[in-house]
Design a protein around this ligand. Structure first.
Ligand SMILES: [Mn+2]
Length: 252
């Protein structure tokens, strides 16, 4: 088989406390990655792959070794794997790059695939005006804050805090009904793409974060795609010869 396809997925949330069968959840992702191994030339993981990730000088969180092992296997087989930080796993500093050989991203990124221009981002802070949320993200990303955190907060507290925070954020989503499509005018990522003022023409805007599956034509030659998640949708995008298609994975 020819390695000529590019894949995109996001929001796996490995280790999320509200996912009942963590082993089955991870196994499903691993099985998907295995199924695309022969045809994939590149894989883009667009953020919130881990429900929480933090790394200390000599420590990483427990778990997900089969997932990490499968990524390593793909990288070793010549597949380029790109890993974006999301708002749940922004603290990936370099371990996964050094150990597995993935390429890490912390900013929205513009690139060419099969001659088309892609705008890629997790998307938590695009097209929103929430100053408090943006200030929090800036704080979390600040070097001095990370250094403080790593030095003075015991790892077991960090992990406990992360679990509580994850449960709370999930409950809020459920209450607000924000796991449903809100319509073009209320989806911040759609608004961001519509109002995008870059000099380059974008063929595909691809985002994660919202946990909805969306493929929306902005103009005849520009689309915005939201990748869904691996909690309810098991969804991914596949690009062959510059043509994108959204699918849902089911184990056969
Ligand atoms: Mn997110």
């Amino acid at each position: 088989m020819e390695k000529n396809k590019t894949y995109f997925l996001s929001d796996i949330h490995l280790g999320a406390p509200y996912i009942k069968d963590a082993k089955a959840h991870e196994a499903r992702v691993v099985s998907f990655l295995d199924s695309i191994k022969e045809e994939a030339k590149e894989i883009y993981l667009l953020g919130d792959i881990f429900d929480f990730w933090y790394e200390w000088e000599n420590l990483i969180p427990k778990g997900f070794v089969r997932f990490q092992g499968k990524l390593a296997e793909l990288v070793d087989a010549g597949v380029k794997v790109h890993l974006f930080g999301g708002n749940h796993d922004m603290w990936m500093y370099g371990y996964l790059a050094d150990e597995i050989g993935v390429k890490l991203y912390h900013e929205p990124t513009l690139l060419q695939i099969d001659g088309k221009t892609f705008f890629l981002a997790h998307g938590e802070d695009l097209g929103i005006d929430d100053k408090f949320f943006k200030a929090m993200l800036k704080l979390f990303r600040a070097k001095w804050f990370r250094r403080f955190f790593s030095t003075f907060v015991p790892p077991s507290w960090v992990m406990r805090f992360a679990k509580g925070w994850s449960d709370k954020s999930r409950a809020q989503h459920d209450k607000r009904g924000s796991l449903q499509y809100l319509g073009e005018d209320h989806e911040h990522l759609v608004q961001f793409a519509k109002n995008y003022k870059g000099t380059e023409h974008i063929d595909y805007f691809i985002f994660g974060h919202r946990h909805i599956v969306l493929d929306l034509m902005l103009r005849k030659d520009s689309r915005v795609v939201i990748l869904g998640d691996w909690i309810r949708h098991f969804s991914y995008a596949e690009v062959l010869d510059g043509q994108l298609q959204l699918s849902e994975y089911s184990e056969s």
